[in-house]
Ligand binder design. Structure first.
Ligand code: HEM
Length: 543
């Protein structure tokens, strides 16, 4: 018998086991509210893969582990309804848009987002993201301190608004959009579950912002209709999209789908990007491995391109491991519309079921030593995530994150551009950097400060070497010197290297060799730099 077929009546009709310790009226609210992750972990350790708890009068059933996750994600919408969990977003996304639309319309709208967040447009997005990161760090100088989370939040709103909303919003309407977005974000308030349109200033500002955004979207649709040249952003793809009956999306729907997509991807991506740098900064050996991968790739190509972003297995595994340990969505909820069966248990209609990526990612039998940061888990040899529905940071089944490829592209581009230019160190003790479970989207606790320092370029290294006046020997015994034409050199990143690891020049100009075969490495790096230097500022002189 298939024990995880949610539609098949189970052999027994047992209710899921209940968590002890419910208080009158509020149930387990206090424990859960204190730290939802700890509470869910406790539930799994006490009751196993399925167990019930209570939030006020509402009965919730937590399901964790691959089999329970599979039953959760594979259940049809008519049985486990996702929309109820997102009701709080209706005033922002709009009535009749995505989670507020009838099931068939919702499916069609979500389907329209697929080509927007995958396939062809990704090449263009890669260029935009790289340019946005470069612009953000353009005035960073040689070293400094930043709040990493704040930086990532600002950066990812630029990248996603640029890729999804397009040039008009990014360049002409940027300031107004920032204000609108701020008012919409403030409108995401738990009160909206119960009284979404209460006449509170925060809800009034939210509704005004939504109306103004739709006005702007309508204006741009009209302007674009006059142009012969077509834009290539998500906005345009939605303008051109059609329902099955051939009708178009209305400006109200386009506005809701665009802002919904930006909301879905903003804090999730910003938090993950911040955690990726924090985890690497905590672990020099992993940082070094990622830097080597980046240097190997960009030594051959120079630019962070769509193609090079697809060739980063190590960085990709690091990000997967970050998402295993710090999934920004720690629980996903559905309302039970028809009785739902899992193994011997039946969850009655009217209850809620939820699953937890964060708890599921810490199951010892699937991910040995679950608290250990170990990107090797995902290599060919180990494939610890191979069991379906074991690694679920992006959800699973029909409602799996539509933006996962876009998110990965964005994360890799951000980390690659930053690490090619800068190294990062934590300013506080390692255990200061924790997850903040008070937020709906879990991110590192604020403030989240790091110190950055510019990485030396080949040009810097070579300048030091030539200033030190020291000639090195090639493997065949000739002396060589690297010469930089300072007028030509513009400090491009194409010749980036971890040169300080190779040799150091002290205050008196003495060169100390730090590696076993330094001349060969230096010569190879210098040759690369000579080849790829866009202004031909680097020359190797053989003597
Ligand atoms: C690290 C970044 C991200 C994570 C961890 C993440 C995670 C998730 C998860 C767990 C779900 C499933 C929710 C559920 O089952 O109730 C989801 C859905 C979704 N995500 Fe993401 N997401 C990320 C980034 C993005 C981005 C960048 C976008 C778009 C630009 C996006 C768009 C969506 C959409 C449209 C859905 C709804 C899919 C559906 O219901 O059919 N996400 N995401």
């Amino acid at each position: 018998m298939n024990t995880i077929n949610s539609e098949k009546p189970a052999s027994s009709d047992k209710a899921p086991p209940k968590m002890p310790g419910a208080l009158p009226l509020i149930g387990h609210m206090l424990d859960f509210g204190k730290n939802p992750f700890n509470y869910m972990m406790k539930l799994r350790n006490t009751l196993g893969e399925i167990g019930e708890f209570r939030m006020f009068h509402q009965r919730m059933v937590l399901m964790t582990g691959p089999e329970a996750n599979e039953a959760f994600f594979r259940a049809p919408d008519t049985q486990l309804d996702q929309s109820q969990a997102y009701k709080i977003m209706t005033p922002i996304f709009g009535k009749g848009v995505v989670f507020d639309a009838p099931p068939d319309k919702k499916d069609q709208q979500l389907k329209m987002l697929m080509p927007v967040l995958r396939d062809k447009p990704m090449r263009g997005y890669a260029q935009i993201i790289v340019a946005e990161v470069e612009q953000m760090v353009a005035d960073w100088g040689d070293s400094g301190e930043i709040d990493l989370l704040e930086f990532m939040k600002e950066l990812t709103i630029y990248t996603s608004s640029h890729c999804l909303l397009g040039n008009e919003f990014r360049y002409e309407l940027n300031e107004e959009f920032a204000k609108i977005y701020h008012d919409l974000e403030k409108g995401v308030n738990p009160l909206a579950f119960v009284f979404p349109y209460l006449p509170l200033p925060v809800f009034r500002r939210r509704d005004k912002a939504r109306a103004r955004l739709q006005e702007m979207v309508t204006g741009i649709i009209a302007k674009r209709a006059q142009k012969t040249e077509k834009s290539e952003d998500a906005f345009q793809l939605l303008i051109d999209a059609r329902y099955d009956d051939g009708s178009r999306l209305s400006p109200h729907e386009i506005t809701g789908m665009l802002i919904g997509t930006i909301f879905a991807g903003h804090h999730t991506t910003a938090g993950t990007a911040a955690w990726t740098l924090l985890e690497l900064a905590r672990r020099p050996e992993h940082m070094q491995a990622v830097l080597s991968e980046l240097d190997r790739l960009f030594g051959a190509d120079g630019e962070v391109t769509f193609r090079s972003l697809r060739e980063m297995p190590l960085l990709e595994n690091v990000i997967k491991e970050v998402l295993r340990l710090h999934p920004p969505l720690i629980f996903l909820i559905r309302k039970v519309m028809q009785d739902f069966h899992f193994k011997d248990y039946t969850v009655k209609a009217g209850k809620y079921v939820c699953t937890s990526p964060r708890v599921s990612h810490r199951i010892e039998e699937i991910f040995p030593e679950p608290e250990k940061f170990d990107p090797e888990r995902y290599t060919e040899a180990r494939q610890e995530d191979a069991k379906p529905f074991s690694w679920i940071a992006f959800g699973g089944g029909k409602h799996k994150c539509t933006g996962n490829a876009f998110a990965m592209l964005q994360l890799k581009a951000i980390i690659a551009v930053l690490l090619r230019r800068y190294t990062f160190e934590l300013t506080d003790a390692k255990d200061h950097y924790q997850d903040d479970f008070t937020q709906m989207v879990v991110q590192p606790v604020s403030p989240c400060r790091v110190r950055y320092r510019k990485r030396q370029t080949m040009c810097d290294t070579a300048t030091q070497a030539s200033e030190a006046g020291t000639a090195e020997k090639t493997p065949t015994g000739e002396s060589f010197r690297i010469v930089i034409d300072r007028e030509l050199c513009q400090g491009h990143a194409t010749c980036m290297s971890e040169a300080p690891e190779l040799f150091q020049v002290d205050d008196d100009g003495n060169l100390t060799v730090l590696q076993e075969n330094p001349a060969l490495d230096l010569l190879n790096k210098a040759k690369q730099a000579e080849k790829y230097c866009p202004t031909q500022a680097i020359k190797i002189q053989l003597k």
